[in-house]
Design a protein around this ligand. Structure first.
Ligand code: FES
Length: 125
């Protein structure tokens, strides 16, 4: 047994807990009330629902696997509609359902980032 103040014990308490989900994808489904462009205008809700069905159908949903969630404004509206995958913190801008299918098949299933859909690093609000 290690002493509670030993370096080993300190390292053990600082070790990150195992992630409940392997990956988490968040879709901004926000609609701005001030008339500014927002992800909801590009059928973000439909993209979210399509992703959820694909993940479930592929058997990827659940603890230790993938979780698909809606989010409010992710503050990268200029790149909208956007979705972000964690833990990699990979930001995507999608256009249609085929893009969502590629994100699911490539990234969520195989861990391969879909380069062509990446949000440029300098595109923000
Ligand atoms: S409205 Fe979608 S990122 Fe802001």
């Amino acid at each position: 047994m290690t002493h509670p103040t030993s370096p080993e014990a300190a390292a053990a308490t600082q070790a990150p807990a195992a992630s409940y989900f392997q990956r988490h994808i968040f879709f901004c489904t926000n609609e701005r009330s001030n008339g500014q462009t927002s992800c909801a205008q590009f059928d973000a809700q439909g993209a979210f629902e399509h992703c959820k069905v694909l993940v479930k159908t592929a058997g990827l949903a659940g603890p230790g696997q993938v979780r698909v969630n809606k989010a409010g404004c992710l503050d990268r509206c200029a790149a909208g509609p956007v979705a972000v995958v964690y833990p990699e913190a990979v930001w995507y801008s999608y256009v249609d359902k085929a893009d969502i299918e590629e994100i699911v098949e490539s990234h969520l299933k195989h861990g391969q980032v879909v380069e062509r859909l990446l949000v440029p690093p300098d595109v923000g609000h």
